[in-house]
Design a protein around this ligand. Structure first.
Ligand code: ADP
Ligand code: SF4
Length: 688
């Protein structure tokens, strides 16, 4: 198939200083929790983007010096020449597919930790570290000279490693170049402080230094946050952000512009639409002749064309859309836009960085597994037998198992109890702000629909007897899980007294429309991710008075890992939802919830005509026991294996259910082994 001529413009080659990108698809820097600690995995992940057609593939932040060590976060490193081979590995993987490799050099100043190096932090002035109870010292002129030299040396190392584009980074409220720009951080009275001209000096010098050092062969890009979302306390796109672009307009070879900080740059779909940054960055192209790249969770090819034609962007920047579908450009080029696995904007990818573990993605179960497991987002081993598989349950686990087994060529039968496949994704994507999550279902249903060897049976709730009667050789139970409503969960090992009454509802009740008839409603959130907050919104939308109660110190606390905790807490307050933190439930009695303080303070009583209990789920595993408890019937039916996957095995995130379905399909028909099921990068141990 060929691409639609409407999209030709997306495939025009573009010059970035001395190098040329083969098209306009640009994977901007993004964290991944692999960095310098998992170099092979990192290189393979970046190489996959290049294979998928991205013309430019960037690293994440790259520490240029140990005085800007951002441990425990795992990013790229170029402290000295020893770090060159790791980075060269990525360049080779990217170059193999004709793409350009870019590196984002940074020294994070007071936003570093120096927990590994134990050096004193440095910054434009004496100030507390951004995330730790110690301080950064004010840099003097000699420090600034050192910093410029380290930055220049890192650029030279980057060139030696094979990078084609070298970034000077002034974004996300993270790097020294940005800290010097910010008037709230820069109270210097020397030539690096005071007027904007002075505050921009260091940024300008860094760009000039890098151009001088490597500009003959490498494009020099800047990443600059034009807007900090804090009014005049910060950089604004109408004020100093604009002035900085005016002052440096023609100096870099490329402008990569966004908003700051990270929680605003990588807004989830719950809080922002595709293209949400356009109103802030649209001015940049009017001020420079250099190419401009910007991001906004772009997955629509038509929207991309509009951005180019209307003069907003020259390159379509992407982090998350390139994670969810490394082959997005290739699919547009080959006229297969309906095959794009669109990012759902859930930020599970971001949690890897925050939790210091390799990246994972809800939509793309192969993300982060390119080297570890040699998984490819588009290619999978063909079937190894004529086996047939019955999958029971078409939630994310069942759908992905069916899709991937179908891709391998197996004869797959997918039975779904309801008329609408999708499982929990159907219910959750109907909750306020989560509509884009339906893409998990839609992508898989569309793919399965094209496969003659996969049959989907709707409205087919199967019993153990029916499963046996079908006589398929392999049975997969993907029947999901059910929220409990007895209060048992992380904080309560035993049922909460009073939760046995009809006034207590589970998330499944609320999602199915079984709402309390009247308020006030107390929502007990012992799960602390998105579900509690989003159900509180739904109840509020129905006109009920709602209070969210949690033992945590902040509502939806785990959402800090998806960059949402501030957005959620703002929204709950804006909607007039009460929030009670650090309180646990002692009992529910006579329309009153008796609360105890988790820190031993005074208890309190919350009137509650109804309670919604968001604590834990139990797997729907009846079929598993019914089938396994009767081994003779299983054998007689010719069933060789029964396997639980997804929430039916262990309730978890949608990302885990998709992954589990994919893993089942990948390992199907392969010998079982006790060996570690993935490759690991082992440090070399030398005997002294
Ligand atoms: P997961 O996240 O593991 O994919 P879900 O709860 O999203 O789990 O999906 C489970 C799906 O299984 C639901 O769509 C449900 O209707 C279906 N299901 C549950 N029991 C049966 C059964 N006995 N026969 C067929 N489908 C079932
Ligand atoms: Fe998009 Fe979610 Fe995947 Fe991140 S984890 S790339 S937000 S689908």
């Amino acid at each position: 198939m060929n691409r639609d001529p409407r999209y030709d413009i997306l495939f025009q080659p573009m010059k970035i200083g001395p190098v040329t990108a083969k098209n306009r698809f640009y994977q901007v820097p993004h964290c991944n929790g692999m960095g310098h600690q998992h170099p092979q995995a990192h290189a393979a992940m970046r190489g996959m983007k290049a294979e998928g057609g991205w013309a430019v593939v960037s690293t994440e932040e790259c520490e240029i010096h140990w005085t800007g060590d951002i441990s425990p976060y795992i990013e790229a490193r170029l402290w000295d020449d020893h770090d060159i081979p790791h980075n060269a590995m990525m360049c080779e993987a990217v170059h193999r597919h004709g793409a350009l490799a870019a590196i984002e050099l940074t020294h994070n100043g007071p936003s570093s930790s120096n927990l590994t190096s134990r050096e004193a932090l440095i910054g434009p002035r004496h100030e507390p570290a951004s995330y730790h109870p110690w301080q950064a010292r004010r840099m003097d002129r000699a420090d600034i000279r050192d910093y410029r030299r380290w930055h220049r040396d890192a650029a030279l190392r980057a060139k030696q490693a094979g990078f084609d584009i070298v970034y000077v980074y002034a974004g996300h409220d993270l790097s020294l170049a940005m800290h010097f720009l910010q008037k709230r951080r820069n109270d210097r009275s020397d030539e690096y402080g005071g007027s904007l001209e002075n505050r921009v000096r260091l940024f300008r010098e860094l760009i000039e230094d890098v151009k001088d050092a490597v500009g003959d062969r490498c494009g020099v890009a800047v990443r600059f946050a034009v807007e900090e979302m804090m009014g005049n306390y910060g950089i604004t796109s109408e004020g100093e952000g604009r002035e900085v672009v005016e002052m440096l307009a023609e100096l870099p070879d490329l402008w990569d512009v966004n908003v700051s900080n990270w929680k605003y740059d990588s807004m989830t779909s719950r809080f922002a639409e595709e293209g949400f940054q356009e109103k802030y960055i649209a001015f940049v192209k009017k001020l420079t002749s250099k190419p401009v790249v910007g991001v906004g969770r772009y997955t629509s090819a038509d929207h991309m064309v509009k951005l180019i034609k209307s003069g907003v962007l020259d390159f379509i920047g992407a982090a998350r859309p390139s994670i969810a579908d490394p082959f997005l450009p290739r699919k547009i080029e080959e006229g297969r836009i309906e095959d794009i696995r669109e990012c759902i904007g859930c930020n599970i990818c971001v949690t890897g960085d925050h939790l210091i573990t390799p990246i994972r993605c809800t939509q793309n179960p192969t993300m982060g597994e390119e080297w570890r497991k040699e998984w490819h987002p588009e290619v999978i081993a063909p079937r190894a037998s004529e086996s047939s598989v019955l999958i029971v349950g078409a939630g994310p686990a069942g759908l992905e198992a069916a899709r991937a087994l179908g891709q391998r060529g197996y004869d797959v039968h997918l039975a779904e109890a309801t008329t609408e496949p999708g499982g929990r994704v159907n219910a959750e994507s109907a909750l306020p702000g989560l509509g884009a999550w339906g893409r998990v279902r839609d992508y898989r249903l569309f793919q399965i629909g094209k496969m003659p060897n996969v049959t989907l049976y709707r409205d087919s709730r199967l019993s153990a007897a029916e499963i046996r009667d079908f006589g398929f050789e392999h049975v997969v139970l993907a029947t999901g899980a059910t929220w409990r409503k007895d209060g048992v969960g992380r904080s309560h090992a035993y049922a909460i007294a009073g939760f046995e009454t009809a006034a207590v509802f589970s998330p499944d009740d609320i999602m199915a429309g079984r709402m309390p008839a009247r308020g006030p409603v107390a929502l007990y959130d012992d799960d602390n991710f998105y579900m509690g907050g989003v159900l509180a919104e739904k109840l509020r939308q129905a006109g009920l008075e709602v209070t969210l109660v949690t033992v945590a110190d902040v509502a939806s606390s785990w959402s800090a890992n998806t960059l949402e905790v501030v957005h959620i807490n703002k929204r709950l307050r804006k909607l007039g939802i009460g929030i009670v933190t650090a309180k646990d439930i002692e009992r529910y009695h006579d329309g009153e919830l008796h609360l105890g303080c988790v820190y031993g303070g005074a208890g309190s009583i919350l009137p509650a005509a109804a309670v919604v209990s968001v604590t834990a789920r139990l797997p729907n595993e009846n079929l598993w026991f019914e089938l396994n408890d009767d081994q003779p019937s299983l054998v007689a039916a010719g069933i060789k294996s029964v396997t639980r996957i997804g929430d039916c095995l262990a309730p978890g995130l949608i990302a885990q259910a998709v992954y589990d379905g994919h893993r089942y399909a990948q390992s199907f028909d392969r010998p079982k082994s006790d060996a570690v099921p993935f490759r690991r990068a082992m440090p070399l141990v030398t005997v002294p």
